[in-house]
Design a protein around this ligand. Structure first.
Ligand code: PXG
Ligand code: PLP
Length: 444
């Protein structure tokens, strides 16, 4: 690690002007937590402590921090071609990355680029609407999401999303959206290892929505195969298969939002591979570049792109795109990280470590205030009983306690969510769960 922990010049001298995202700004600025360096599994804080990364940043640093191969590839790209216009122009990296990505995903033959998961979701929803119109189904304008779903923060994403605080102050949102019920059922499924047994029938709620609105008005259903941000809600066995079957029956597109589950998190390339369920589109971001340069993407299944190719050749087929779509440095990062995933077998590694990880998660059974433990692949969740009248306080204290003891965890509501880089060692896994166990004993 290169940063000097007592180098105050490395710290900003005024914390005020930065309006921090998804942060209690006033609380943070009174007692800031700054990260000043990172390598492999660890961060270094401004006060000189080494902190084990139990969350891969925000679920994105799957290959670990400050990987030399990625840094060098990005530096070389910036030295050679820093920026190329994305509209009516191209550069080699964009095509190389698309070839590699589609080789990884045999059912998908085209990739559309943007800069984040939120933009990937917006792009996928727009492609869904435009596709239905292109195949003569222009009355299909409804979009169906799910309660407690997280699809980023664009107006499209919060409309189909189902997290109340992300929606309630932002007005009426997109029209014509409906929601499936979420699948979280502590009564029937608490403390189950891996996928829950109960709840596949919740997919039949899509039949109810179809009966209400008529299939001819519905363009697409979007779900996270495993809901991450809302606190790791796992799909009951058979649930995703049922959703796929109902979408097929009614000509509804199925979109998997794999911003978290993509790139090895479950111990397979993507959740589509892990579950053996093929959606019509996949959104991804985060692990696509190991988080180092913002990039998101939408994979479309064979046939979707072709449906847009009917007009004369000189027409733009999709009136959509971003200044930074397929940005050269992001493509270089993507190519380098795909090499690392492959060379180091990180997706297979995640699958091999998953049983050890599962044992670690469930070792916390019986710990004070723990009302559920969940795991799948290299994802874990510890659900705490909320403190009476003070939801989120207990989990936040646990977060601060773990940070003090040198482990970074993530909390959402009263749920602790864990997702280490896929280079994690067993000793790190032990440290994560030992620390959380010790801290939870001290949190009232
Ligand atoms: N879809 C899903 C499924 C996500 O998890 C997004 C879309 C939006 O991606 P961007 O790149 O626009 O943030 C996400 C992002 C957390 C946490 O702590 C989760 C996300 C982002 C930040 C924090 O759970 N997920
Ligand atoms: N706003 C203005 C005024 C713009 O000119 C542009 C892009 O040209 C945008 C927003 C969109 O920016 P981006 O392409 O980075 O999403």
């Amino acid at each position: 690690m290169t940063a000097n922990p007592v180098d105050f010049d490395a710290s900003p001298n005024n914390l005020e002007p930065f309006w921090m995202p998804f942060t209690a700004n006033r609380q943070f600025k009174k007692a800031p937590r700054l990260l000043v360096a990172a390598k492999d599994m660890h961060y270094q804080s401004h006060d000189g402590r080494t902190i084990l990364d139990g969350t891969a940043g925000l679920w994105c640093v799957n290959a670990g921090h400050a990987r030399k191969e990625i840094t060098e590839a990005v530096a070389a790209q910036l030295g050679k071609l820093d920026y190329a216009p994305a509209f009516q122009m191209g550069h080699p990296g964009a095509f190389q990355l698309s070839n590699k990505l589609t080789q990884m995903m045999p059912d998908f033959d085209h990739v559309f680029y943007c800069n984040s998961g939120s933009e990937a979701v917006d792009s996928a929803l727009k492609i869904a609407l435009a596709y239905q119109r292109a195949i003569g189904q222009g009355a299909r304008t409804r979009l169906i999401g799910r309660e407690r779903g997280y699809h980023g923060v664009g107006f499209g994403g919060i409309s189909v999303g189902g997290i109340v605080s992300n929606r309630k102050v932002f007005g009426p949102l997109l029209a014509g959206v409906d929601h499936l019920p979420h699948t979280h059922d502590l009564k029937r499924n608490a403390f189950v290892r891996g996928l829950p047994e109960h709840g596949a029938e919740l997919a039949d709620q899509l039949e109810r929505i179809v009966a209400l609105h008529d299939a001819s008005t519905i363009a697409a259903v979007i779900v996270e195969p495993v809901a991450g941000s809302t606190g790791v809600l796992l799909p009951p066995k058979g649930y995703l298969q049922k959703l796929r079957a109902i979408c097929d029956k009614y000509g509804i597109l199925l979109i998997f939002d794999e911003v978290i589950t993509g790139f090895g998190r479950l111990g397979a390339s993507f959740a589509t591979e892990y579950f053996g369920v093929v959606p019509d589109m996949i959104t991804c971001a985060k692990g696509l570049t190991n988080g180092v340069i913002p990039m998101g993407a939408v994979f479309v299944r064979k046939g979707i792109y072709e449906a847009f190719m009917n007009a004369p050749e000189n027409t733009i087929e999709l009136f959509h795109g971003y200044t930074y779509s397929a940005n050269p440095a992001a493509c270089a990062a993507g190519l380098a990280v795909l090499d690392i995933y492959k060379r180091e077998g990180l997706f297979e590694r995640a699958a091999e470590l998953a049983p050890y990880w599962e044992a670690g998660v469930h070792s916390l059974k019986g710990t004070k205030n723990v009302i559920d433990l969940r795991n799948l692949g290299m994802i874990g969740a510890i659900e705490l009983e909320p403190r009476e009248g003070k939801p989120t306080a207990r989990a936040f204290e646990a977060f601060l306690g773990c940070y003090e003891k040198g482990v970074l965890i993530r909390t959402t509501g009263d749920i602790i969510a864990l997702s280490p880089p896929l280079i994690v060692q067993k000793t790190h896994i032990d440290q994560i769960f030992d620390t959380i166990g010790k801290v939870l004993k001290t949190v009232n």
